[in-house]
Design a protein around this ligand. Structure first.
Ligand SMILES: [Mg+2]
Length: 168
């Protein structure tokens, strides 16, 4: 089922180099808003910045895949030292994820794809064959009507994930 992630975690900080290694994953495809930083907040917190340097030190590949426009994505990646990114990805389309895996030189199944939205990040990642990790959104404020609508649709799936014990 393409809407069910392989794993559910509280935050990106739980996707450590060790976590990836244990699952045979060589890279992480990253969502920006509410995954690495708050919605439309320009920079992530110091602990997320530290995780990104841990990735670099451990040889973990990274690529941002965002539905946001190029200026926001490029500026964010420059400030955070993330070299590769795909903008206007039209998630839940699979293309952005496939492209990101290609850029990282990995087959999609050897990449983790981290995001906070089921109908955007998980769906797109699963269609591309990535290892989808659903994260709790950093901060739900200011998300706008379309995301609020998708959050409503997420409710029964989140309930299912809770009942299955995937969300603690
Ligand atoms: Mg997001």
């Amino acid at each position: 089922m393409n809407l069910i992630p392989q794993d559910c975690l509280g935050s990106i900080l739980e996707i450590t180099p060790q976590y990836l290694k244990e699952r045979g994953l060589g890279g992480v495809i990253l969502d920006i808003d509410n995954t690495l930083t708050g919605h439309n907040v320009p920079l992530p917190t110091p602990d997320v910045m530290a995780l990104l340097s841990e990735y670099r030190a451990a040889g973990v590949k990274t690529c941002v895949v965002s539905n946001n426009r190029r200026p926001r994505v490029a500026a964010f990646c420059e400030k955070t030292g993330i070299h590769d990114f795909v903008w206007d990805a039209f998630k839940p389309a699979a293309n952005g994820y496939v492209k990101a895996a290609e850029i990282m030189g990995l087959p999609p199944e050897r990449t983790a794809a981290a995001g906070d939205q089921i109908f955007t990040d998980v769906w797109g990642a699963r269609r591309a064959g990535c290892y989808a990790v659903l994260l709790k959104p950093i901060h739900r404020g200011g998300e706008g009507a379309f995301i609020a609508f998708k959050r409503l649709l997420e409710k029964p799936i989140l309930l299912y994930l809770k009942l299955k014990g995937m969300i603690k």
